[in-house]
Design a protein around this ligand. Structure first.
Ligand code: PRX
Length: 711
């Protein structure tokens, strides 16, 4: 009954273009989106070619996915190759209610398949062997490459054979610490081919973080490269791996093999530090292996990968995804949210070190036989036009990125005008970062990682997409495996800043603090009340934490950790994290992790970290730090505290601001009142609220006085 009620409530969806219910609406391609128009309709032209072309078609498919999940997903799963089909009578098993026993989610269990086979061999068998699977664009202009599906398969097989040869087998973990070289997706696919579990660690994480992950998942091998160039910097990755392995050995785990790719453009092998007997050059070894490698068929519920993500305690969580459901879900979400056509060229700017790079650089697109652009560099190097240069170079039609990048490029401007005065002659040089490029190939734009503010949405839509391309603002998480709430670009009008409606098979609900579902126009905590094939199955080695974090806060539901409101038309608006996780440039960082790095500094007595609004990054990291008695404040000390965070987590987690705190506002029971710290950090001093329950209310005045002095 509840399911039906939910579906029916969606029938308030505004109808398609042509019948505009609001005067303040624009149709794709016909006008600019402005603050006055809050609805952007797909054009007739776009909708008519779209996979889902109307609210009615969506509702019909959505209804089926909710009322008959087994039928809906089985039909889609049948398009993939299964060595052995799953039992028809039991497509999925779920218990999302802690009151009814252990949390359990299984899809297609008993079915035997392989995601690498489905991404590569199946597409080659369908006649796409010569199609480009990947274009690779290096950090430097004119440094590029490409692989067809057949060439990619050969490279994957060689590495898979090598891994088998060194003793990696089904169920073993392999840690991958690589930048965005094609070898990164190749390594993921090679692991998948032989049933090994990959755990990619973003190559911006420090040695300490890498070591922590290695100790947790105990890999048979680590795959890395000697160095990488990012923008104008060279980062020596192998040195970081070496340090991580010294640390992990101290913590009782030694890695037998480190496979190093020689990234010649960043560093010559002669300059690379080497450990004989453990380190192996990729180029010397892997190409000697056969280009054919038998697939290891795995159960749909066998693990595919582990990906560590931040939570509200200092210890990262090993999110575990399994094979069959994840495969079906990433492929299907990719296809519909980007309205994928086989002629599309797709570019996602995310790094494979994050979930977006797993689901929507590697698996989702390749499962669809798509051509993917893999970009090694920094999106504003050598200047702010790099992205559009790449779009034109490869004729990118689907462009998927994060709001932080949109905002930073928007700040650089679409038409910077430099006036160069050379004695008597005045040159006017138009350096048009965006508009100098054609961008005609673009068809659909995508956004992920954090809420996209309406002004950035409009710039993306009006300037980058020439008001021609719909924007898929995809809301999802490492845990969800794939898109959960997302526009289907031809189906319904968009509202700048709203992720719109749930994907097929997903039942999002908004609950109040007591866990009661609220209907209609409302705000509250975002939960999901059913399982979907791409859902994570556990936290590696810690099923208790899985249940406690995600299923106990609101019994009966998966709790996302996000706040959300629903408007009168049923559109969803994500409002950010409601737990102690902050979202910096789309990177998820636990405040507890940063705090624990700060307090590890011998001169730091206590630290409290909060998120604060940041013009480009979305949220910035604001740290209140109490020093050990007698230690004087100094700029030097700020630098050394920042260094502690860079060392323990990575540069991306360095605090934007350190605020000296003689004391922290605490309740009488010793709990830090972060609400007050957030207000001080964002200078909303007239909204501090009731401070009378603090153990020492003077602390607040001291903090304000100190921040006044500094500013
Ligand atoms: O707060 C939400 C935000 O990113 C969180 C998930 O982070 P992570 O697991 O690192 O995955 C990022 C890529 C999927 C969510 O809990 N988030 C992600 N996408 C959106 C978003 N917030 C608003 N709108 C989005 N489109």
């Amino acid at each position: 009954q509840n399911h039906l009620r939910h579906v029916e409530s969606l029938s308030t969806l505004p109808s398609g273009a042509g019948k505009i219910p609001h005067l303040n609406a624009v149709i794709l391609g016909e006008a600019l989106a402005s603050e006055e128009n809050d609805l952007v309709f797909p054009s007739q032209e776009f909708s008519s070619q779209a996979l889902v072309s109307s609210p009615a078609q969506y509702l019909e498919m959505y209804k089926k996915s909710i009322l008959d999940p087994s039928g809906f997903w089985s039909e889609i799963a049948s398009e993939f190759y299964w060595e052995k089909k799953w039992p028809q009578q039991q497509v999925y098993t779920e218990n999302l209610d802690v009151r009814k026993g252990d949390i359990k989610i299984e899809w297609f269990k008993g079915g035997m398949t392989n995601i690498c086979y489905n991404a590569l061999d199946r597409n080659i068998d369908a006649g796409n062997g010569d199609k480009i699977a990947m274009y690779w664009e290096g950090n430097e202009l004119n440094h590029d490459g490409s692989l067809t599906y057949t060439q990619l398969l050969h490279k994957v097989c060689q590495l898979a054979n090598y891994l088998k040869d060194i003793g990696v087998s089904k169920g073993d973990a392999v840690v991958i610490y690589l930048p965005m070289l094609m070898e990164l997706p190749i390594a993921m696919l090679a692991c998948a081919r032989i049933g090994a579990i990959h755990s990619v660690v973003f190559a911006g994480f420090s040695a300490d973080s890498l070591s922590q992950r290695i100790v947790d998942c105990k890999p048979k091998a680590v795959i890395t490269c000697n160095a990488v160039r990012r923008g104008s910097k060279v980062i020596q990755l192998k040195d970081i791996v070496d340090a991580a392995l010294i640390d992990s050995a101290k913590n009782g785990f030694s890695v037998g093999v480190v496979l190093n790719y020689e990234n010649e453009s960043a560093m010559k092998r002669e300059c690379t530090k080497w450990t004989e007997g453990r380190d192996v050059w990729w180029q010397d070894t892997v190409p000697k292996y056969p280009t054919i490698c038998d697939v290891v068929w795995v159960d749909a519920e066998d693990p595919l990968f582990l990906l560590y993500t931040s939570g509200s305690t200092g210890k990262p969580k090993g999110v575990l995804h399994t094979t069959g459901g994840y495969m079906i879900y990433t492929a299907t979400t990719f296809k519909y949210a980007f309205d994928y056509k086989s002629s599309d060229i797709y570019w996602c700017t995310a790094d494979c070190g994050w979930i977006t790079g797993h689901s929507y650089v590697t698996y989702g697109p390749l499962l669809n036989g798509a051509t993917v652009v893999v970009f090694e560099g920094a999106p504003n190097y050598p200047n702010a036009s790099r992205c559009w240069d790449i779009v034109d170079k490869y004729k990118v039609s689907l462009f998927y990125t994060a709001p932080t990048l949109v905002r930073s490029l928007m700040r650089d401007g679409d038409e910077a005008i430099y006036i160069v005065d050379r004695s008597l002659i005045t040159d006017i040089l138009h350096l048009q970062f965006v508009t100098r490029y054609s961008r005609k190939s673009l068809r659909v734009l995508g956004s992920v990682g954090e809420p996209i503010n309406p002004s950035a949405w409009r710039w993306f839509f009006n300037v980058v997409g020439d008001s021609r391309c719909p924007i898929s603002d995809t809301w999802w998480q490492t845990e969800t495996g794939g898109f959960m709430i997302t526009p289907l670009p031809g189906a319904w009008p968009q509202k700048p800043g709203s992720a719109t409606f749930p994907f097929f098979g997903v039942l999002p609900v908004i609950v109040d603090e007591k866990g009661t579902e609220i209907d209609g126009e409302c705000s509250g905590y975002l939960c999901v009340k059913n399982s979907w094939p791409g859902a994570f199955r556990t936290l590696y080695g810690d099923h208790d934490r899985y249940e406690t974090t995600y299923f106990k806060p609101f019994p009966g539901y998966y709790f996302t950790g996000d706040g959300c409101s629903r408007d009168k038309d049923g559109y969803h608006w994500l409002t950010g994290r409601v737990d102690d996780v902050i979202n910096v440039s789309g990177h998820r960082i636990g405040t507890a992790e940063v705090e624990s790095a700060l307090v590890s500094h011998p001169q730091c007595a206590e630290a409290a970290v909060v998120g604060v609004e940041h013009e480009v990054k979305g949220q910035g990291i604001y740290a209140f730090v109490t020093l050990v008695e007698g230690v004087p404040y100094s700029e030097e000390l700020k630098k050394s505290l920042t260094l502690a965070v860079r060392k323990q987590i990575g540069a991306f987690a360095a605090p934007d601001k350190i605020h000296w705190a003689p004391g922290l506002p605490k309740t009488r029971s010793g709990k830090i009142m972060r609400r007050i710290l957030r207000k001080i950090a964002s200078r909303q001093l007239d909204e501090l609220g009731d401070t009378s329950t603090l153990a020492d209310p003077c602390v607040v005045e001291q903090l304000i006085a100190l921040s006044d002095q500094e500013s």
